[in-house]
Design a protein around this ligand. Structure first.
Ligand code: HEC
Length: 322
């Protein structure tokens, strides 16, 4: 049988690389398969560091196990230092490596314009009304009656959308008069629902998913209209206005933000904005608007649905729901 043999030095480098890919890609992919969530669960940075350290320690033990292995491992390094691979290559690597490491150290150590975050509590609970704690997003889990009403509207090809979207959907429907208005939302759950409707075999579950998809669509549109300037397209707090604030808009993809709070808290927080925060959350003035003044409850819940979806996060489950 054909057997490929690569030098131990390169096989060790390859091992480190494979371990890294395993931790970064395979574990999240498998976790996604097991949990059935719509997004992978990433391995935390500190854990990646520990895994890599363990991998490197094991390689070190293996390589120093016998003189032969060590000799083979060191061979390419010695050749390189002797200039067997060409002296220009050696000069470039020997100059480049320290420069690269120096640059990394500089990047880590250079003082940045950051606020002393330890002085501020991001999620103060002192004035958060306990009654909001077990609120559930009604648009994430529509009732049977709502699903049935939706099916009827879909059959009649007259599904009401939020007023902000009506004009756009109207234009689209005019240009695509031969297709169903819901095919405007070209996602998988919606396509499945439209196919089932065509075949006159509507499954309640598919209809429910399609309704949630419609709610998400409206939520995304409302997010783009109201929240995007600060929180950004990618919901990572980097909208075009973000740099103008002393206290930066929150990055929702960050693990310590909307993922660690219950939905009811997010709802209350969006309603009351920065002004609703108690003393512990100051002295850094927050530009987060009080959305209860401009958006209805329905709009706020839809935005929150989209916000978690865009950030690929799920809210913390309140104790009472467990
Ligand atoms: C004018 C800029 C601005 C706009 C527009 C804005 N935000 Fe914010 N938002 C902020 C800032 C700044 C913070 C961080 C300070 C704070 O916690 O109040 C924040 C914080 C938040 C938080 C708190 C997250 C946490 O983990 O505590 C939520 C939730 C939030 N915003 C949602 C929204 C939603 C939803 C919209 C759109 C309806 C929106 N924001 C629009 C500036 C903005």
């Amino acid at each position: 049988m054909f057997k490929m043999k690569i030098n131990r030095f390169w096989s060790m480098i390859l091992t480190v690389f494979v371990v890294y890919l395993f931790v970064k890609i395979i574990i999240p992919a498998v976790s996604r398969e097991i949990t059935g969530l719509p997004f992978p669960l990433t391995v935390p940075g500190a854990l990646v560091f520990i895994y890599m350290l363990l991998a490197i320690i094991s390689i070190f033990l293996y390589v120093t196990f016998s003189d032969d292995i060590l000799e083979e491992f060191l061979d390419p390094i010695k050749k390189f230092l002797r200039g067997d691979y060409g002296s220009t290559f050696r000069t470039v690597v020997l100059c480049g490596l320290p420069l690269f490491i120096g640059w990394q150290v500089y990047e880590v150590l250079v003082p940045k314009n950051e606020l002393p975050s330890s002085l501020r509590i991001q999620h103060p609970s002192s004035n958060f009304p306990k009654s909001s704690e077990d609120l559930k997003n009604p648009f994430a889990d529509p009732t049977d009656a709502e699903v049935n009403a939706f099916i009827e509207q879909a059959k009649a090809n007259q599904v009401p959308f939020i007023p902000q979207l009506e004009a756009d959907i109207g234009f689209w429907a005019e240009e695509n008069s031969d297709s169903h208005m819901l095919s405007f939302i070209a996602t998988k759950p919606m396509k499945e629902f439209l196919n089932e409707m065509k075949a006159e075999q509507i499954n309640e579950e598919t209809a429910k998913n399609a309704l949630v998809e419609k709610n998400l669509f409206e939520g995304r549109a409302l997010y783009a209209m109201n929240c995007r300037p600060c929180h950004g397209d990618s919901v990572s707090g980097d909208g075009p206005m973000a740099d103008g604030f002393k206290l930066r808009p929150i990055n929702f993809t960050d693990n310590g933000t909307i993922e660690t709070i219950v939905e009811g808290y997010t709802f209350w927080r969006v309603a009351n904005g920065g002004r609703g925060l108690p003393v512990e959350a100051t002295p850094w003035d927050s530009a987060m608007p009080q959305w209860k003044l401009n958006l209805t409850e329905e709009q706020r819940w839809k935005i929150i649905l989209a916000e978690y979806d865009l950030a690929e996060k799920t809210p913390r489950i309140p104790e009472v729901h467990k």
